[in-house]
Design a protein around this ligand. Sequence first.
Ligand code: FSX
Ligand code: SF4
Ligand code: F3S
Length: 363
Amino acid sequence: MDKRESMWDVYLRKGMSRRSFLKGCAALTAMMGLSSDKVAKVAEAAEKKPLPVVVWIHGHECTGCDESFIRSAAPLASDVVLNEVALEYDHLLSAASGAPFEAHLDEVIQKYKGQYILAVEGAACTKDNGVYCMSGGHTFTHLLQKAAAGAAAIIAYGTCAVSGGIQAASPNPTGSSGIAHFTGSKPVVNVPGCPPIPEVMTGVVMHVALFGTVPPLDSEGRPRQFYGNRIHDTCYRRPFFDAGMFAENFDDEGSKAGWCLYKLGCRGPETYNSCGNMRWFQGMSYPIQSGAPCIGCSNAHFWDEGPMSRRLPQFSPAVDVDTIGAGLAAVTAVGVVGHAAASVVQKKKRIAAEQAEKGSGEE
Ligand code: FSX
Ligand code: SF4
Ligand code: F3S
């Protein structure tokens, strides 16, 4: 097999300094959720390990995940794509297309069998043998199975790839689902969000690329460093929740004063993601900071749990808000237990929904 360059080799070839290489390694370390004493380990891996080959495919989706990815600031998405991984095939970012491009994919799959990272965005469409989502003259599910068979690890980017997303929303006319049914026994890292946070996307692929292992995952296959907290746990409006100060309408005084959005449908108390601490657009903002309740976009089947303006159903409106605040504060205090319980509840909901779908839509 030909010698592949390491990240350091690429920096050298492009005349970039050792200083910028180390800065890049420091940024990667932070984005992988590792402490700063791991920078040397990351630099060592980046210096010696050949650039990992990445194949990136797209099923049923809106392309929002890629729109998110290309906005990653630390590390820059362009650095990841041009200097830090060998991106051999990408439905969206590759300039090539047509038959030679598809032939190249087959070559890559053969040549790097068992070594490449497969990144998948979008749902798998199953109805009518998958004809509603085609790629290169074949169904997406065919491509997915083919690419998954030789992958070292698989990353499911976005709620669509993890659990079907908007395509799978009732009545799910295309029989869409998450990709897990098509990936066999390969380890899959689930990175939900519609779309996921840019730096979470780059952080996850670089963790797999540099360490050759998937990051520590929770019971739903999500990287713990990015999905270990609920939006509610890190929300700057949380003091208003605990004090029982809620906006009742989008244009009332409470709304203007930045009070808690729980009564306007905020799903923060049941949603695991890093929006509250990492935020979006280089830490500038996130939905709640913009005055919009969290709609739980990293939760499976969040599209079907509307209307999104309705407050969380598990809390009775009869219970006064102070009680809710105190109850949730207690859950936060035992976050690990709370997380496990929420995961079980979500899993049960998902299984029930999948069974209902099987019964009604799919062939
Ligand atoms: Fe889905 Fe992503 Fe939402 Fe869109 O690839 S998670 S619809 S932002 O684009 O898949
Ligand atoms: Fe923040 Fe929503 Fe929790 Fe209120 S309910 S504190 S707005 S996450
Ligand atoms: Fe999504 Fe809620 Fe974050 S809607 S973007 S998980 S604040």
